[in-house]
Design a protein around this ligand. Sequence first.
Ligand SMILES: C[S@@+](CC[C@H](N)C(=O)[O-])C[C@H]1O[C@@H](n2cnc3c(N)ncnc32)[C@H](O)[C@@H]1O
Length: 322
Amino acid sequence: MTASPDARFPLIDDSRQLATMADFIRWAASRMDEHQVFLGHGTTCYWDEAAWLVLDALHLPLALDAAHWQAKLTPSEITRVVELIRRRCLEHIPTAYLLQRAWFMGQPYFVDERVLIPRSPFAELIADRFSAWIPQPDAPLSLLDIGTGSGCLAIALAQHFPQATVIGSDVSFDALQVAAINVEQQQMADQVSLVQSDLLDGLLDETGQPLRFDLILSNPPYVDPDEADDLPAEYHHEPALALFAEHHGLALVERLLDTAAAHLTAQGNLFVEVGNSRRLIDEWWPSHRLNWLSLEFGDAAIFHIGRSELADWRGDSASQPL
Ligand SMILES: C[S@@+](CC[C@H](N)C(=O)[O-])C[C@H]1O[C@@H](n2cnc3c(N)ncnc32)[C@H](O)[C@@H]1O
């Protein structure tokens, strides 16, 4: 084994003292803490992040009983695991990209740097099958996920609404290629179709009329580009197109609100994740008719609005007509 060329991480000598999975998980957690890697792309503590990285790299289930953690690694496994830990710590590449696998709602997704790493709070609403808004979840509904990225939300929707047809759309052809891998791996092609589209533009039926949906959801880019420099290094491995939007992050959210009504059925509903941009929305449009949802995990970062309220979503039609 050759010594690491990077003086910031003289780990090969160190790692000679390590033998078992438990050794490497402990050591990875310590190095992650030492190098202050940013968490938030799948785990919330260094121990979990280290266990995820080491176990997945060894092709072992994450729920592996800790009794097996005393098993020793082979020399080639050590080389692989040490290299992944080195890249996690020095290059700040999120673990999901290093392993090309992320977990969302208990399912594995192929991911690489063409797509955002799945972590949307929409998981909670999908698990609940949007029960406050969809009285008949087993009806043949028509659902749309705008900005599908890895396809995680479109696929999870299809799995929770087995009679529904789901479109996952994205402006990024690269992202759609990743989504296609996941649709195929999860055998959801009968229910999920993927479409390249700039928000709702071009989502028309064969007669040229807008396609209509019972539910549209979107986790669009909503970060202010001026905040880019303040983000942890890990975010800079994610596609800028997935994170940033003009107009202080709200350009796409505003366009969605202005155009969604034509694409909803009479009882249809729009749900949009906006993260920290909630504060700006409340500030810019104080009379808005958006309904912030209370989520069990984390701050409410998703709003809901029904089709009938969309005609005057700013709640101020006299001064800002659509
Ligand atoms: C925050 S990511 C969400 C990905 C995925 N839905 C998730 O929750 O993990 C935003 C996605 O919107 C896509 N996007 C950006 N601009 C878009 C546009 N104008 N129209 C459609 N999709 C867009 C990006 O390519 C990216 O995949």
